[in-house]
Ligand binder design. Structure first.
Ligand SMILES: NC(=O)c1ccc[n+]([C@@H]2O[C@H](COP(=O)([O-])OP(=O)(O)OC[C@H]3O[C@@H](n4cnc5c(N)ncnc54)[C@H](OP(=O)(O)O)[C@@H]3O)[C@@H](O)[C@H]2O)c1
Length: 399
């Protein structure tokens, strides 16, 4: 029996996780759920999965649902400590972190300090302070099993060699990692991207995901985040990470070893595969996902990314190279920029300009950021990005 806590149960990762758990049957039980705004779906989930604990971070959502919670579930106060409490429950065997953005940082740290196994979709904390988080995992004997499809693919290629606790210790056997990317909706678009609308950017050709990651995929910032995520998770230098545009999204990533062997993980682009693997690890059980037909997938293409057309990816790689709190500043300013684009306050091409302006204004930093430094930089960057937006300072950026 595995007792599972899901943070962000109403999101794309959260609902897919619940779908997987339903298919897996009674050996997998939902112990805790969290959401933010989607109270209708959250109430349905509570009634269906009967968790012992539930939490919503938005106080208005809390007021809306507090009198409708069935007796078997305890609704916790609308505060981040409630998420930290749920992930630390002694009876929790697995934490699925499927919230979006830096809000998942503190609950992730709490889960690590409680020595938990964490199925991690929420990549932003790994961007902000991934190296320190991996050190903390060792200290508290916690394990992170990546859920994001590309880091999961790399994890799956390595898991047979190391298990869930040691995969970051074998980077000396890896000569290169091929981090694949679909290229997003604009991979082949020749026209300027300045007139792209939120609806166009949200129309991802392969994956159905939450809004923020879908926009990050359109700007290729998502690939930049994943580059930083895998450098931190697998202890790899930038030179060992080769980003490859692969429009079919069949090869989810591959690892080349020093002897010349390449291991890749292939499959239909469906997040329920990496989610299920993280839930059932180290076992593989039957799941709800259609199997890949190799004859239908016969044509697989691979291209180099165009950093000039997608400056967000370039900015992410620069932030990774500079280290310190720059990745945290990158992540926070991207959250503000994507939100502003979705509200049609800025153009698609302004996303990179805003992030660049904030990164340029940041104080000098290098080395490995501590957890506190990463959080402080996140707060500083949000404030700086908001000022930049109000003053339209980003319009002067030439990148
Ligand atoms: N979706 C994918 O296929 C995919 C693939 C790889 C990695 N990821 C990563 O997984 C994470 C989740 O992505 P997603 O696509 O599932 O996002 P999503 O669909 O937007 O869902 C986000 C979830 O987090 C909750 N949430 C949002 N803001 C919150 C806040 N301030 N406090 C507490 N909870 C909050 C949402 O609650 P409400 O809905 O109730 O407001 C929802 O349950 C992201 O970090 C993303 O990069 C996603």
């Amino acid at each position: 029996m595995k007792n599972i806590v899901i943070l962000g149960s109403t999101g794309s990762i959260g609902t897919s996780s619940l779908d997987v758990i339903t298919h897996l049957g009674e050996d997998f039980r939902v112990l805790g759920l969290s959401a933010n705004n989607n109270t209708d779906l959250f109430l349905k989930q509570i009634n269906l999965f009967k968790p012992k604990f539930a939490a919503v971070l938005n106080p208005e959502s809390y007021e809306k649902i507090k009198d409708q919670i069935p007796p078997q579930t305890r609704l916790l106060p609308p505060e981040i400590d409630s998420l930290c409490f749920m992930v630390s429950l002694p009876t929790a065997d697995l934490i699925i972190n499927g919230v979006v953005g830096a809000v998942g940082f503190q609950p992730l740290v709490a889960a690590i300090k409680a020595g938990k196994t964490i199925a991690l979709a929420n990549k932003e904390p790994m961007v902000m302070a991934g190296k320190t988080l991996m050190t903390e995992c060792e200290r508290w004997q916690a394990a992170i099993i990546p859920v994001d499809s590309e880091p999961s693919a790399i994890f799956q290629c390595l898991a047979g060699m190391t298990g869930a606790h040691g995969y970051h210790k074998i980077s000396d056997q890896i000569s290169k990692v091929f981090l694949t990317a679909s290229g997003g909706p604009f991979a082949k678009r020749k026209n300027s991207l300045s007139t792209v609308t939120p609806a166009e950017a949200l129309n991802h050709p392969r994956w159905k995901m939450g809004k923020k990651i879908t926009i990050d995929s359109a700007t290729l910032m998502n690939k930049g985040f994943e580059s930083i995520e895998i450098m931190n998770l697998f202890n790899l230098p930038e030179e060992k990470v080769q980003i490859v545009i692969h429009p079919q999204s069949i090869v989810h990533s591959a690892v080349e070893f020093y002897d010349g062997a390449i291991l890749a993980q292939l499959g239909e682009p469906d997040m329920r595969v990496p989610i299920q693997y993280a839930i059932t690890y180290p076992k593989r059980l039957p799941g709800p996902v259609k199997k890949l037909n190799l004859f239908e997938a016969a044509k697989l293409e691979f291209f180099e990314p165009d950093l000039d057309r997608f400056p967000c990816l370039d900015l992410a790689l620069v932030a990774a190279r500079r280290g310190g709190v720059y990745p945290s500043i990158l992540s926070a300013s991207d959250e503000i920029a994507v939100d502003a684009f979705l509200k049609e306050e800025i153009k698609f091409t302004d996303i990179a300009k805003l992030i660049y302006t904030v990164l340029k204004a940041a104080p000098q930093s290098s080395g490995v950021a501590t957890l506190n430094q990463a959080l402080e930089a996140d707060a500083w960057a949000r404030e700086a990005a908001r000022i930049c937006l109000t003053e339209k300072a980003y319009t002067k950026a030439i990148i």
